[in-house]
Design a protein around this ligand. Sequence first.
Ligand SMILES: [Zn+2]
Length: 241
Amino acid sequence: MLLEDVRTVLVVVAHCDDAEWMFGGTVARLVGQGAVVDYVVTTDGSSGGVDLDVSDAELAATRAHEQREAARVLGVRDVTFLGFHNDELTVTVALKRAIVREIRRTRPDLVLTLTPYRAMDAPMGWNHADHIATGEATLQAVYPEALMPRIHPGLLDEGLEPHEADEVWVPALADADRYVDVSAVVETKMDAVWCHRSQNGEANGDRGWMFAHHIAPPMVEAGDRIGVRHAERFRRVRVRG
Ligand SMILES: [Zn+2]
């Protein structure tokens, strides 16, 4: 499907800030064309950061607050936190059921999630184990679990009928086959990234440095491939042939 045809989107990521860093420009464009976008964050963020004086609960609450702010900047409708402990995520029935619940509740055409395999040409952060688990669990949730009524039968009791999405897009590098021109929305993306104050310490308060060193380069590299200033790129997975 073309970006322009997307009406309803579910974004499933592992951590607060993944969506903004990985594809915040695409989310901004989707919202801009009138699509309804919802977020699911699978983990609670409680094992992030290096300040051991901050409690797990306090850290999780801070990150959730920042994620809601970033979502508001991008025009996302709602954020659901599944609350799995981060840095320990694996593909389990419980994780998949929780994602199926959100797919059946929000009924997306398009699901945006994280890359379910290790991209050896990417920096290590791209391949965080929570990212790979979230991507794989989401693909399994989309097909076949969300669309088969006898899988997770308890969800029918919650009134959640089967739903079939059209496509899943995951961030990609060399194997990308879908590029989104985000040149017009890079400032909005940066505004959303900047909401994650507890995770932006490396920038020392310097937003311009953060943009120049971390946010812009991958978008410029992707943009070069299609002749625009800034782009985000994906591998497209079709549910049906
Ligand atoms: Zn992450």
